[in-house]
Structures are given as structure tokens and as C-alpha cells.
Design a binder for this molecule. Structure first.
Ligand code: ADP
Ligand code: MG
Length: 583
């Protein structure tokens, strides 16, 4: 049988170099990656077998086996999942197909320390085996192919790999790691078991290892022929809340998100009613690098009755909540549901609405607990409640700094939840440098007779703060919200009122201060308009292609003139933004 040598795709060679050189401090993740591939392969078999049950051959119980050979210094991860044909092995283990990884590669700086941090946020997948192995042999046969159509794939993790056709009775894949001399610590049952429970406990198939028993004659533990499961093998979300520790929730989050930071909060529920499903949703602590890519798919995985259906099920979350991670397991959807079908399903609509409500409720809860109670209120708390309050304090501020801007997209996207979203918004203001003023705080501080919530948008906070348009407001001590996120102008154009009070941009038209305007000021302005009429006429004539109108105003205190937008027109910031976007 002939062997063939293939070159790795250039990016793979680059990734391999990086993996072996910069992931040393976090070696053990290789096992998580290989077990997760084995589990994916079993998911895929289960999925394909929905249409063709013969794929199970004579081994319907899907499982992963982890074994090692001290003498040969090999560690083997085997599964009886879908397996690979020779051409699949060449394609999947020689190139990077995943867009996420390519994206990741393009961000590498060449600075090893930084890159190592980055790499932890992504799944590096199969190639992470080379962190501990100087050679990897993969033997596989695809379900449904003949025993003679197996494949052996071998590589030393440098420029190329070899493949040959083999005979393999058993369906599925064995990944055999030939461990480096400095990685032989993994030839140890206890060590492996510890890593498996840390990273892979939630995997819904049994992960089997040989039993070990004490041999009194030999005076040591000896591996037995019998295998036993070393994980709890029940999908985490199917267990009851009270049986799951915070650490287990956090570890599961890391598994599905590749985020190295723990989540800020999560919510796990069985939703009953006309559409039944299990929902486990996480609020991350850190925004992903591609947060602003609105085409980025949602972070929610879809299962149907514990069978994995798809990653990134965008239909299950509105776009402005695309950063939420989690799992939805539905009992009502058909197993062969496609992305297209999902878009149209009534059940999916109900799930999306339920998810949105849940996420907003989590955020409301964080917002409520953001600031520690003080004085008497604090003293009343039990020690336990105090500890709990301290744990939650500051989380919402942290969340808002990362995700606040993307949340604002919801104002234009999700009218049904606009009120709830508006309550979550925080801004800087002429009275607060911190982005911490809620619309409710603002309302509570409004001057007597003030009829609107005033805000200004600009490119930067400093520009907003120093805008001449604020002069009169400052003089009268009226608070103005300062906005400098790119989405503010667009988003705020959808929010016309908060709790019955209209929102008004101070950069638009003749700001009407209503009852706050002194009669004298008004008269003075009218008089000035009369006196300066000839000047105004000249200015209008001179600026006729550039300005729609020239007016005398009472809004300025120190500056001689300022630009404002028409009441119904685009403000200057939005106009600039559209121009930048080439419109
Ligand atoms: P990912 O799992 O994110 O796709 P990996 O680098 O981990 O990326 O794996 C690359 C591909 O190799 C997988 O998508 C799959 O097609 C194939 N593969 C890896 N391990 C197995 C396995 N145990 N069984 C079948 N296919 C596998
Ligand atoms: Mg993988």
C-alpha cells in the first residue's frame, strides 16, 4: 500500500509553530480539544444516522476511550463516531477550514506573550496535540465505508504529513499521540482523569478509561482490562440546577465559549408552556474582538432532545444580543431542522422572545446590584447577603463598558423591549464624567419646569463636553447627557421618550427650553433679531450654499456662533458618520 506525502496549508504550518511554542503554559488543553473532536464526531454520526440507521453498524453505543502505553510513550484518544475517509483526513487535518481560526491567525502580532493569550480565546483544535506530541498518528474509518477503506495519517507537526490506506474494522477515529520526553506526565491515569473532569465533564457521552486496581503482590496499582466512565456523561443543562456548582457552570461556559474569563452571570431554566425547551444563557465578562461584526453569528448552540443540531443558531437571539453564549435544547423542533426552517418556525420565534426576555432580566438584575447599599440598608443585611452583594457589585458597570454600545442597537431593532433597554442605558453627563447616569437618575434630577431630557452627541466625550451648544444649559444648571458612541445618534433617533419625558438633542434646531426660558431673555432675543436683521441678511446671502438659515439665538453664553442641525434633519455627527461610510 502506498504512502502519500502532503504539505500542510501555509496557515497550518504557521499555527503549528505557534501552538508548540506559545501554548506551553497551558498544555493540558490538548486533551479538551481532542475529546471535544471525538464528541463532535459522535454528534455527527448520530445526526447522519437519523436518515440512515445502518451507519451504527454493530456498535450503537457512542463513546470515547482514553488509554496510554507507558512503554511506547503513547496516549490514545479513540471514538466510534463518524470517522474520516482518506480524502476527509487530508482535507480536515491539513487545512484550516474554520473561518474563526483564519480570523484569529490574521490577528497574531508575532509577540509570543500576547499571541499566547489570544490563542486561549480560540479553539486551536486538533493541532493542539502537538503541544505534547512530537508525532501524531491518526487512524480512522468513516461510518458506512468498507473496512479496507480506512486511513492512517501521520505527521511530525512540521511542514508535511503522510497518509496511507489501511484496513480498520472499527468505525471511528483513534488519535495516537507520541509524547515528547518532557510530556510523559500524561502517562498517568490520575492526571488524565483530573484533566477530564476539569474540562470535559459535561460531554454527554461516556469517556472511558481502564480501571485501575491495587495489586498487593506487586505493591502497585495495575490497570485492568475493564473500562469505566470517568465523567458524569450527562449534558450539563439537562441536570437539575441544584446539582450543578458555580464552578461547573463556569467550566461549561469556557468549554462553549473559549473565553478564558469567567462569565459575569448566567441563567438556567426549563421553560414550559406551548413551546418547551431548556435554556442556559451566559453573559460574558469580555467582548469578543469581532463584536462589531453584525454578521457574526449568535453564540447559542441548538440541541434537539440532547442531539446537537448546530452552532451559532442566529435565529435564537436578536442581533443586538449576538454576544450571549449558551445552549438551547428544544423538545419541539424536528431533528432535521435547517437554518432556513429555523427562520420561519413559530417555536423558534417563541424561543427567541423567551431568550431576549431572559437576557434583559439578567441585565436588570446586575444593574440593580451594581452599587452596594449604604448606611442602614447595608447594616440590615446578614453576613451572607453582604458577601453576595459584594460579589455582584460592579458587574453591571463592567458589562456596560464592554457591551453597552452594542446593546443600544436594540433601540432600533427591538421595539417591543425598548422600555426595558432604555432603563439599562448609562451615559456620561455634564454632571458625571463616569458613564453611569441612567435616564431615571437624570429624570430624578430634572429642574422644576424642565420638560425634556437633553443630550448631545459628538465624536468624543471631550468634544461633547466642550461644545458651545451646552453653554446656556451650563449657565442654567441643566444637566445634559453626553454621548460619544458611534451608534448613539442612530440609536437615540429611535428613542423618543423615557417614562413619558421626551428626549431632545441640544444640537438640533431652536432648542425650546419651555418654562425654563426667561421672558426677558426671549424679549432680548427678539429685539436682537430685529436689530441685527441687516447683518443676518448679509450672512444668509454669503452662506447661502452652506447654511439653510442664520438665526439670532439665546443658546450661547461665551461663544459668538455655533452650528446646529435642523429639527428634523440629520445632526452634524450623523451626517459625518454617513459621509465616512461613503453614503
Ligand atoms: P474543529 O473541531 O473546530 O472543526 P479541529 O482542528 O479540532 O477543528 O478539527 C478539524 C476537523 O478535523 C474537524 O472539523 C473534523 O472534520 C476533523 N476531525 C478531527 N477530529 C476528528 C475525529 N475524532 N473524528 C472525525 N473527524 C475529526
Ligand atoms: Mg475541534
Amino acid at each position: 500500500m502506498s504512502k502519500h506525502t502532503h504539505a500542510f496549508q501555509a496557515e497550518v504550518a504557521q499555527l503549528l509553530h505557534l501552538v508548540t511554542h506559545s501554548l506551553y503554559s497551558n498544555q493540558e488543553i490538548f486533551l479538551r480539544e481532542l475529546i471535544s473532536n471525538a464528541s463532535d464526531a459522535c454528534d455527527k454520526l448520530r445526526f447522519e444516522a437519523l436518515d440512515d440507521a445502518t451507519l451504527y453498524e454493530d456498535a450503537p453505543n457512542l463513546e470515547v476511550r482514553v488509554s496510554f502505553d507507558q512503554e511506547a510513550k503513547t496516549l490514545t484518544i479513540s471514538d466510534n463516531g463518524i470517522g474520516m475517509s482518506e480524502s476527509e483526513a487530508i482535507a480536515h487535518l491539513g487545512t484550516i477550514a474554520k473561518s474563526g481560526t483564519k480570523d484569529f491567525m490574521s490577528r497574531l502580532s508575532g509577540d509570543q506573550k500576547k499571541d499566547a493569550q489570544l490563542i486561549g480565546q480560540f479553539g486551536v483544535g486538533f493541532y493542539s496535540g502537538f503541544i505534547v506530541a512530537d508525532k501524531i498518528t491518526v487512524e480512522s474509518r468513516r461510518a458506512g465505508l468498507k473496512a479496507e477503506e480506512g486511513v492512517r495519517w501521520i505527521s511530525g507537526g512540521t511542514g508535511d504529513f503522510e497518509t496511507e490506506t489501511i484496513t480498520r474494522a472499527q468505525r471511528g477515529t483513534s488519535v495516537i499521540l507520541h509524547l515528547r520526553d518532557d510530556a510523559t506526565e500524561y502517562l498517568n491515569r490520575w492526571k488524565l482523569k483530573t484533566i477530564i473532569s476539569k474540562y470535559s465533564d459535561h460531554i454527554s457521552l461516556p469517556i472511558l478509561m481502564r480501571k485501575e486496581e491495587w495489586d498487593a503482590e506487586k505493591g502497585e496499582s495495575v490497570l485492568q482490562d475493564e473500562w469505566e466512565a470517568v465523567n458524569s456523561a450527562s449534558a450539563l443543562w439537562t441536570r437539575s440546577k441544584k446539582d450543578i456548582s458555580d464552578e461547573q457552570y463556569a467550566e461549561f461556559y469556557k468549554n462553549i465559549s473559549y473565553d478564558s474569563e469567567a462569565p459575569l452571570t448566567w441563567s438556567h431554566n426549563r421553560v414550559e408552556g406551548s413551546t418547551e425547551y431548556t435554556q442556559l444563557l451566559y453573559v460574558p465578562a469580555k467582548a469578543p474582538m469581532d463584536l462589531w461584526n453584525r454578521d457574526k453569528k449568535a453564540g447559542v448552540k441548538l440541541y434537539v432532545k440532547r442531539v446537537f443540531i448546530m452552532d451559532e443558531a442566529e435565529a435564537l437571539m436578536p442581533t443586538y444580543l449576538r454576544w450571549v453564549k449558551g445552549v438551547i435544547d428544544s423538545a419541539d423542533l424536528p431533528l432535521n431542522v435547517s437554518r432556513e426552517l429555523l427562520q420561519e418556525s413559530r417555536d423558534v420565534k417563541a424561543i427567541r422572545e423567551g431568550n431576549t426576555r431572559r437576557v434583559l432580566a439578567m441585565l436588570e438584575d446586575l444593574a440593580r446590584k451594581d452599587v452596594l447599599p449604604t448606611g442602614e440598608e447595608w447594616d440590615k443585611l446578614s453576613d451572607e447577603d453582604k458577601a453576595e452583594a459584594e460579589k455582584n457589585a460592579g458587574k453591571f458597570s463592567k458589562f456596560y463598558a464592554e457591551f453597552g454600545a452594542v446593546l443600544k442597537e436594540g433601540l432600533g431593532e427591538d421595539f417591543a423591549n425598548q422600555d426595558k433597554l432604555a432603563k439599562l442605558l448609562r451615559f456620561a453627563s455634564t454632571q458625571s464624567d463616569a458613564v453611569a447616569v441612567s435616564l431615571a437618575d437624570y429624570k430624578a434630577r430634572m429642574k422644576e419646569g424642565q420638560e425634556a431630557i437633553y443630550y448631545i452627541t459628538a465624536d468624543t466625550l471631550a468634544a461633547a463636553k466642550n461644545s458651545p451648544q451646552l453653554e446656556l444649559f451650563k449657565k442654567k444648571g441643566i444637566e445634559v447627557l453626553l454621548m460619544s458612541d458611534r451608534v448613539d445618534e442612530w440609536a437615540l433617533s429611535f428613542l423618543h421618550q423615557f417614562d413619558g419625558t421626551p428626549l431632545q438633542s441640544v444640537a438640533k434646531g431652536g432648542v425650546d427650553l419651555g418654562k425654563l426660558q426667561d421672558e426677558e431673555e426671549k424679549k432680548a432675543a427678539e429685539q436682537a433679531a430685529e436689530t441685527f436683521k441687516p447683518v443676518l441678511e448679509k450672512l444668509k446671502e454669503a452662506l447661502k450654499d452652506k447654511a439653510q438659515d442664520v438665526r439670532v439665538t439665546t443658546r450661547l453664553v461665551d461663544s459668538p456662533a455655533c452650528l446646529v442641525a435642523d429639527d428634523h434633519g440629520m445632526s452634524t455627527q450623523l451626517a459625518r458618520m454617513l459621509k465616512q461610510a461613503g453614503q
